[in-house]
Ligand binder design. Structure first.
Ligand code: ABC
Ligand code: CA
Length: 526
């Protein structure tokens, strides 16, 4: 009796999962900007991104929309930074995004109270979902230049900061010391760079991160500006955090990113991003570069690509649909994070077809979409999540076996993971891509389900496939026993345009067969 009630109360308390990288491996993450995701009362205030002001989203707002996130199949949420930021307007507007720290020991009151943030963690845990919090330790932000250091907490003295010298673009490839000890921002809004060489500051930060994680039951951390602090700062910091850490190292050089995978759990997969994004955003993009970059990362990253955060959009980059609105290219690009080795991340609004370009345009209010779950891309991502989960359940090696490129051509890719063959293309919505994969690892003559169109493809006698796509769409093939439930548990996501295509292909085939049969019959009669 006592034991039962103890268990019951432990369940009610929904404790932190304080999850390790290993526990994050099978998860998928929905990234959101708190100010732009949901209002606490369900209202839909206007939100002109170009004004760069707070629009009204809060942590309670996030709680109220967890069904929307969970129904798409995500089991983790990455929220924008939570600590108190500088108030009022600056040359670049207000700190609605949360990256302009003033006080690491206080919360940003625009988003709610400490108990609201704890309630968000508890609401997620009750659903067996994880909370990832975004943190910034490299710098604070100053509304004026030179800064008045007394406004910051706890580092409130000029001596606790590096000398004010702004990082220049050229430094990024030639001067790592400048990258680590120079300042981000500019004279309009400097981001004073904290002296993370000072042992007192290091220990303050290590204590701070442990408390943040325990106070708010955090399960994982996205760490900002990781390349702006010396690498040997990170292992102790990550250990003090005690949860999965994925770092932002904005760089297209795989070997450069690799270094950081040795000091924290992993990195956001920026080098793949810089090849995947252009490769899918135009019909003249080159998909074969994707295989080169990914294979280099698989062999040089600590733990290969398994713990990276894989993404197509985020709050710093132009949305995919600001470059192209060809829905076949969009569907292909969006599939990428879900068929590779790492942890997929979807940036809020991508599922609603948002088109904002560079910051601040890419931070649209999601309430303006009405959280429409009938959108094609909502359905597509729901299936992608379901397919990944089904693949992992069907084959225990799915999440631990590196992706293989069976085709890596300029316009087509065939990416194989245990039990899944993803056929991707960048020919656009009027193309009919073709893939010939002589040995795709399926059983001889096995019937496969393409979970994108929810139609079947039959493997040949060697377990290979020869497929002609329609409307430039990707195919994600799985044995029917695994793929059919993905299709039946999620509504059809086939866009009207490609349904028409598929129907006309079918009609041609039927007509072709009929015509051939009539001709054959005619020949026989004659
Ligand atoms: C504000 C305005 C912007 C305005 C800017 C000057 O000021 O909103 O419109 O253009 C936060 C806010 C931003 C704000 C900034 C500055 O603060 O979110 O809205 O911009 O006040 C992280 C976060 C980011 C955050 C900060 C600061 C850091 O994700 O949201 O921004 O806390 C560098 C950093 C990177 C940082 C990024 C914004 O800046 O390294 O951590 N992101 C090269 C460098 C990168 C550099 C990038 C941009 O330029 O290598 O290190 O990122 O300056 C590829 C190369 C890359 C190259 C790119 C451009 O090309 O491989 O290396 O990146 O091919
Ligand atoms: Ca620094």
């Amino acid at each position: 009796m006592l034991a039962t009630s103890l268990i019951a109360s432990a369940l009610l308390a929904a404790p932190a999962f304080a999850a390790t990288a290993e526990q994050w491996r099978n998860r998928t993450i929905y990234q959101l900007v708190v100010d732009r995701f949901a209002t606490p009362d369900g209202s839909s205030p206007a939100c002109d991104t170009s004004n760069r002001v707070y629009c009204g989203g809060t942590w309670n707002g996030v709680v109220s929309k967890l069904d929307y996130i969970q129904d798409m199949g995500f089991d983790a949420v990455w929220i924008s930074p939570v600590v108190a930021n500088i108030e009022g307007t600056t040359a670049y507007g207000e700190a609605f995004h949360g990256y302009w720290t003033q006080d690491i020991n206080a919360l940003n009151s625009h988003f709610g109270t400490a108990s609201d943030l704890q309630a968000l963690a508890a609401a997620l845990h009750k659903r067996n979902m994880y909370l990832m919090v975004d943190i910034v330790v490299n710098h604070v932000a100053s509304p004026k230049n030179p800064p008045d250091y007394t406004i910051f907490t706890p580092f409130d003295q000029a001596s606790q900061f590096h000398t004010e010298v702004f990082i220049q673009q050229a430094d990024y490839t030639t001067n790592q010391t400048a990258v680590e000890q120079g300042w981000l921002g500019d004279t309009n809004l400097p981001l004073p760079d904290i002296d993370t060489e000072d042992p007192n500051i290091v220990s303050t930060y290590n204590t701070w991160v442990g408390q943040l994680v325990s106070n708010y039951s955090v399960d994982g951390l996205r760490i900002d500006t990781v390349k702006h602090i010396r690498q040997d700062f990170w292992p102790d910091f990550a250990k003090s955090a005690g949860v999965y850490t994925v770092g932002e190292v904005e760089d297209n050089r795989t070997d450069y990113l690799a270094g950081y995978t040795k000091v924290i759990d992993s990195v956001l997969d920026y080098s793949t991003y810089y090849s995947v994004f252009p490769a899918f955003s135009s019909t003249s993009g080159n998909l074969s570069t994707v295989s080169q970059v990914v294979q280099e990362a698989q062999s040089s990253f600590n733990n290969g690509e398994f713990f990276v955060g894989s993404f197509i959009e985020n709050h710093d980059q132009p949305r995919f649909q600001s470059i192209t609105t060809d829905q076949a290219l969009v569907m292909n690009a969006m599939s990428w994070p879900f068929i590779q080795d790492g942890i997929p991340i979807l940036y809020y609004g991508q599922e609603q077809g948002y088109t904002g370009s560079n910051d601040p345009a890419n931070r649209e209010a999601l309430w303006l979409s009405g959280y429409d779950t009938n959108k094609t891309l909502v359905k597509h991502v729901t299936k992608l999540n379901a397919a990944r989960r089904a693949a992992a359940a069907a084959d225990s090696t799915y999440l631990t076996t590196g992706a293989k490129f069976l085709i890596a051509a300029p316009n087509t890719l065939a990416v194989q993971k245990p039990g899944v063959l993803a056929l991707l293309a960048n020919g656009g919505n009027s193309s009919t891509p073709q893939w010939t994969v002589p040995n795709a690892g399926f059983k001889a003559n096995e019937v496969l389900m393409d979970i994108v169109a929810c139609t079947t493809v039959t493997a040949d006698g060697n377990g290979g496939v020869t497929v002609t796509g329609s409307g430039g769409m990707p195919l994600i093939l799985m044995p029917t026993a695994v793929g059919s439930p993905v299709c039946s548990s999620t509504a059809s996501s086939t866009p009207a345009s490609s349904q028409k295509n598929a129907a006309s292909v079918l009609a041609t085939q039927i007509f072709g067969v009929t015509l051939a049969a009539i001709l054959a019959a005619a020949v026989t009669v004659m």
